[in-house]
Design a protein around this ligand. Structure first.
Ligand code: LRY
Length: 227
């Protein structure tokens, strides 16, 4: 195992930075992703999250911290590392943790979440992070054997409203259930104060993406404020 469950302790109470550029964007280059990730580590990121096989490979070579990898295939439905094939490719690219769709929706390969997690554990050295969209997803993901659960898909899977900021209500609800699996706050955390609130709501660690690593969006926030 590249990262033992005990080594996950290094992430407790810490910031994880998601470094992603989207298809067609100027920064959509694995070398750029790796440079952004290395910059985030200088700023205090305890781990990084990157999308795409080449991005995982380049980032692994550029940082010493754990890499959470994923492979987005498509834009709707189950698109975050949707199948076991995608997951094993992400693991083999060097990810310490593979982030997969952790919802209760049907997966394109027909496997259950439990079968997908078991497949990751059987055929790779990676841990599995389930990107969930609701409390029910989180409970099912724990049951399925996920090593970490995230609120990544809250507001995107149809079960929860898309709150302007983080879904603190969902975080608190999952934290209160005491599932015994690290709970990662992810999604629409746009300020340091919100990151703090996410930890206070019971998150084990906090993932911030857009607000740190997506200049086009950040620029839009400032530009809009001047209109
Ligand atoms: C829903 C979805 O596709 N989420 C993706 C998952 O990897 C990314 O696009 C997000 O940037 C990431 O989750 C971090 O969230 P935020 O960028 O809001 O801090």
């Amino acid at each position: 195992m590249l990262l033992s469950p005990d080594a996950l302790e290094t992430l407790r109470g810490r910031l994880v930075v998601s470094c992603q550029a989207y298809p067609g964007e100027p920064m959509r280059d694995p070398r750029t992703t790796a440079q952004v990730a290395a910059s985030a580590v200088i700023g205090g990121a305890a781990a990084v999250r990157v999308q795409g096989l080449a991005d995982v490979q380049h980032t692994r070579a550029a940082v010493e911290v754990p890499v959470i990898g994923l492979w987005k295939d498509g834009h709707s439905g189950v698109f975050i590392t949707p199948t076991l094939r995608h997951a094993l490719a992400v693991a083999n690219a060097g990810s310490h943790v593979v982030a997969i769709d952790g919802t209760r929706r049907e997966r394109p390969d027909g496997l259950s979440l439990a079968q997908t997690v078991a497949g990751i554990h059987a055929d790779s050295h990676a841990l599995a992070m389930a990107d969930c969209g609701s409390f029910q997803d989180a409970a099912a993901a724990v049951e399925a054997g996920a090593d970490l659960i995230g609120t990544t898909l809250s507001g995107y899977s149809g079960e929860r409203p898309k709150t302007p900021g983080p879904d603190l209500e969902l975080l608190a609800e999952i934290a209160a259930a005491g599932f015994g699996v690290p709970l990662i706050a992810e999604g629409r955390i746009h300020t340091p104060a919100q990151a703090r609130q996410a930890l206070d709501a019971g998150a084990f660690a906090v993932v911030v993406g857009t607000a740190i690593t997506h200049p086009a969006t950040i620029t839009g926030w400032f530009s809009d404020a001047l209109k």
